[in-house]
Design a protein. Structure first.
Length: 457
């Protein structure tokens, strides 16, 4: 492939912002809302036409658990989003906090309201196209592409909530990607089947992977639907007669390589159609007249880049239930790393690593996992924070991303008021106190062992 050197050009610059957040998934939405809540002039740039990422445009049909089986761990804005979802879904019990179904259209409106009620401005259908860096300062400006062409935006502090660490990586930050061979977890293309018989779905069997057997076992063993690659078949009631599916795996997909994502979407749509037909044949009580009403606009990506931050959260931190003096949230979701195709056994349903914490257990996530080394005015939030690969299999999910985003937005607003904005100069004791005041679950960390890099103050 030959190179093309762009001709020098001028473009319109908007430098009226204190904080710019890139990416409007769970982490980006709460980051923008949190920064704006503190009075920061906040712009949220989102590539699609809706906020929420995997829970909306990705059609993931359920939230991962919000509790440690004793209490809600993901408080603050995360808890507000969850309970707003529950309140708008009559078929969901008010205390159903784990594996809670998601109505994606309802969730879109909840995120819209969360962000706009605090005064943040949203720019939809706009892509981060380039990052301009200025010496030790870090990021100088962002170049954004949309129907207006190319435009530049500048702020005091930036929050990278792209999921793929695009902003930080393009600014020159170091990162890791995948396993030691560069292999990535498989993607999933979620979809919705409508006109299902809900009573039969609830009472006449099942389509989820189970050690006790279900319709998915018969489907895979029949060999009649080769487009269904394995027994990964999570599904939930997301509305009247509507079953949302997080099912099947798509290989190989790298979300930083657009041609691979394009191929993955085509493959995912074949998988969705095969599931509809297979469910109708093998579970006719529920799905005989089911209609494949939608496949997700976004492919469900589990991992790409993990930024190199001032602290790297490890599997030992997870299993050791470690607390940190600068932790900005707790996490209790299990290690959930999905296999590559040559590793999948039909008895496992596609999950290769599953390490569960016990009831009441959780670990901390330090602020230093959100600060990319070498960048002074950038924070990351979401699945691209600084962790090892195993822990990323836990911290990648939506509830903890909501909490990381709220913390990142608040920290960004604090750094933006400094004469020389510096995310490392944020007082983490004050940050933690403010998060607690807003409802975050942050137990006292007396005796917590600081990791490499100090206490984050």
């Amino acid at each position: 492939m030959t190179e093309y050197v762009m001709k020098e050009r001028a473009m319109q610059l908007d430098d009226s912002w204190d904080v710019i957040v890139v990416g409007g998934g769970p982490a980006g939405a709460t980051a923008a809302a949190s920064a704006a809540r503190e009075g920061a002039r906040t712009l949220l740039i989102e590539a699609t036409g809706a906020l929420g990422g995997m829970g909306t445009s990705g059609l993931v049909p359920a939230w991962c658990p919000f509790t440690d089986k004793e209490r809600i761990i993901y408080g603050g804005m995360a808890e507000k989003v969850l309970k707003s979802c529950i309140a708008g879904m009559p078929h969901v019990d008010a205390e159903h906090f784990d594996w809670t179904p998601i109505d994606p259209e309802l969730l879109k409106r909840i995120y819209d309201e969360l962000v706009t009620e605090h005064g943040a401005t949203v720019l939809f259908n706009s892509f981060l196209a380039a990052v301009e860096r200025e010496g030790e300062k870090g990021v100088d400006a962002l170049v954004v592409a949309n129907k207006s062409g190319l435009s530049a935006y500048r702020a005091n502090v930036y929050v990278d909530a792209t999921g793929d660490a695009d902003l930080a990586a393009w600014a020159g930050a170091e990162f890791e990607k995948g396993d030691e061979n560069g292999d990535l977890q498989p993607a999933t293309h979620c979809f919705t089947l409508t006109n299902a018989d809900i009573y039969a779905y609830q009472h006449c069997g099942g389509i989820k992977y189970s050690p006790h057997g279900s319709a998915i076992d018969a489907i895979v063993e029949s060999g009649k639907y080769p487009d269904i690659p394995d027994r990964h078949a999570c599904n939930n009631i997301v509305g009247p007669g509507a079953i949302g599916f997080n099912a099947g795996h798509v290989w190989p997909v790298d979300n930083t390589e657009p041609f691979s994502v394009s191929r993955g979407l085509v493959q995912g749509r074949r998988i969705a159609k095969a599931f509809r037909d297979a469910c109708a044949e093998f579970f006719p009580e529920a799905f005989a007249n089911a209609h494949l009403s939608q496949t997700a606009p976004l492919l469900g990506i589990r991992e790409t880049r993990r930024i190199a931050g001032d602290y790297r959260l490890t599997i030992d931190d997870f299993t050791g239930l470690r607390s940190f003096p600068d932790e900005i949230c707790r996490n209790c979701y299990f290690i959930d790393v999905h296999r590559q195709p040559d590793e999948i056994g039909t008895e496992k349903g596609g999950a290769s690593t599953a390490i569960h914490l016990k009831k009441g257990q959780s670990h901390g996530i330090p602020y230093r996992c959100l600060t990319p080394r070498g960048l002074s005015n950038v924070l990351v939030a979401g699945r691209c924070i600084s962790t090892d690969r195993a822990v990323q299999g836990s911290t990648r999910v939506m509830p903890v991303c909501l909490c990381m985003g709220e913390a990142a937005g608040l920290a960004a607003s604090m750094a933006a008021t400094m004469r020389v904005p510096d995310v490392r100069a944020v007082n983490t004791a004050r940050l933690r106190a403010s998060l607690r005041d807003y409802g975050a679950y942050l137990p006292e960390t007396e005796g917590a062992q600081p990791g490499a890099g100090g206490d984050g103050e």
